[in-house]
Ligand binder design. Structure first.
Ligand code: CAO
Length: 439
């Protein structure tokens, strides 16, 4: 027997009086549990609200432009009475929280990414960053049925341009995307006119048991960005090392003071300050090529991207104005930003505006690695694990020193090899003796 249920706006976190920007359903629509019914937008985020019931929409109580809060009746739905639906109704009566929005225009499915959708690989991830992703790439503003349709056709929805209000992706947009893909040549032209033939399709199950695991949304977005950087930027990696024996002693001497301030000092914040000193000394590293490729845009600000390992993949949030901040402030901001990245709470703006990136795997291990330039930046620093080593002295003796491995990858169109070596040489001197930051 059918009964009528009210669909209420659940607890959506720290939002009140939030604007309805789209009503996705119409009276008479047959919808499935978890289908999106309305879209809300605050100054911080856009989120789609799913229905907790399957059934037929009888009436709709909200309009575009309304401001609604927890408990507002959105619609009435005729649901088929079943044990399942009743238990859902009971749940909703208690509380049906929608996960906190993590980024502008991230749909609830994506919001749920704060629970690990892809377990972290046992092996270290490739040393590659994923920042400066256009915020539009984070948008996959489409209803579950359109997403399902795209999935069935094997279409990556983040590549589809939406033509409806606020860039919403319609079924027709997915169809048009498929049509235009089929019409394009079989040999995919990569960046800079490089032609790459299709990879052969291999049936791995012929060789043994397999399991197919979807890549997380973040990995798919960062993968496209990294691939573009990899094929379009001529990379060179310059290796160097810095003696951090004194710096480490200094860092340890500050441990208690840091604890009182509620922060944990790691070598990374000192490296960030040293990088800024090197960028000030070598401004071509704090730059991007313009669209024509004929000019270098020199940046007068020092925003540093820091690669963060998250359960859903690599993210490179940007710490702003590193030149103006002390190590305690930077430590606090780094911890907060890395926490947000891991909880899926970064906003698109947190990933934008970087000048130079640092990828530190020092807390994990490894002797060296070659990071991929985070285009449109022109250089990135990889930091591996510091190790005690015997260092030869002028008097013929060996002294134990804590050596920090550094790897600078740069865009060879912008940076010459000699400049690369000078940069790491200077950086190494500053890290070894942070007093040089004052010079
Ligand atoms: N050498 C030796 N020890 C190091 C070190 C280094 N280079 N860097 C950090 N450590 C130590 C820290 O001091 C800390 O130990 P203590 O607590 O005893 O001081 C421990 O390792 C763990 O540090 P951490 O990783 O928690 O903190 P961090 O400031 O070094 O890094 C962050 C923060 C967010 C960058 C890091 O947690 C992270 O996600 N790293 C992975 C980045 C990544 O995936 N890069 C690869 C791909 S990008 O090309």
């Amino acid at each position: 027997m059918a009964n009528i249920e009210k669909i209420l706006l659940p607890d959506i976190g720290d939002f009140d009086e939030i604007e309805v920007i789209e009503v996705i359903i119409s009276v008479g629509d047959e919808i499935e549990k978890d289908d999106s019914i309305i879209t809300l937008e605050s100054d911080k985020a856009t989120m789609e609200i799913p229905t907790p019931f399957s059934g037929k929409i009888k009436s709709i109580s909200v309009n575009v432009g309304d401001r609604i809060s927890e408990g507002t009746v959105i619609a009435e739905i005729e649901v088929a009475s079943s044990a399942d639906e009743e238990s859902v109704a009971a749940e909703q009566a208690v509380e049906t929280p929608v996960e906190q929005p993590v980024a502008e225009k991230v749909a609830p499915q994506a919001v749920k990414a704060s629970a690990p959708e892809v377990p972290k690989s046992a092996s270290n991830p490739p040393p590659v960053p994923a920042s400066n992703i256009d915020s539009n790439q984070l948008v996959a503003h489409a209803s579950p049925s359109v997403r399902k349709f795209a999935r069935e056709l094997g279409v990556d929805i983040t590549r589809v341009t939406g033509t409806a209000t606020k860039g919403r992706i319609l079924k027709e947009d997915v169809q048009n995307y498929v049509k235009s893909s089929l019409a394009s040549p079989r040999v995919a032209p990569a960046a800079s006119g490089i032609q790459v033939s299709d990879a052969p399709v291999i049936d791995f199950s012929k060789f043994g048991d397999i399991e197919t695991k979807a890549l997380s949304r973040i990995k798919k977005i960062s993968g496209a960005h990294l691939h573009r950087s990899w094929v379009s930027v001529p990379h060179v990696t310059q290796f160097d090392e810095a003696d951090i024996t004194e710096l480490e002693a200094f860092r340890k001497s500050l441990a208690k003071e840091a604890e009182k301030k509620g922060v944990r000092l790691t070598p990374l914040v000192f490296v960030m300050k040293a990088v800024v000193a090197a960028l000030q000394q070598f401004p071509d590293f704090n730059a991007s090529l313009d669209a024509s490729g004929d000019n270098l845009i020199l940046k007068k600000y020092f925003h540093i991207g820091v690669a963060v390992d998250t359960p859903n993949g690599l993210m490179v949030p940007v710490i702003r104005d590193v030149d103006k901040k002390g190590i305690y402030e930077l430590s606090a901001e780094l911890a907060e930003t890395a926490g947000k990245a891991r909880e899926g709470k970064l906003m698109p703006k947190d990933l934008q505006g970087g000048c130079f990136s640092i990828s530190s795997l020092g807390g994990i291990g490894g002797t060296q690695f070659t990071p991929i330039v985070n285009a449109p930046e022109v250089a990135i620093l990889g930091v591996a694990r510091a190790k005690m080593q015997p260092v030869y002295q002028d008097d013929g003796s060996f002294k134990p020193a804590l050596m920090l491995p550094l790897a600078l990858s740069y865009d060879h169109r912008v940076i010459d090899g000699a400049q690369g070596a000078r940069f790491t040489n200077y950086l190494s001197q500053v890290i070894s003796d942070m007093r040089r930051v004052l010079l």
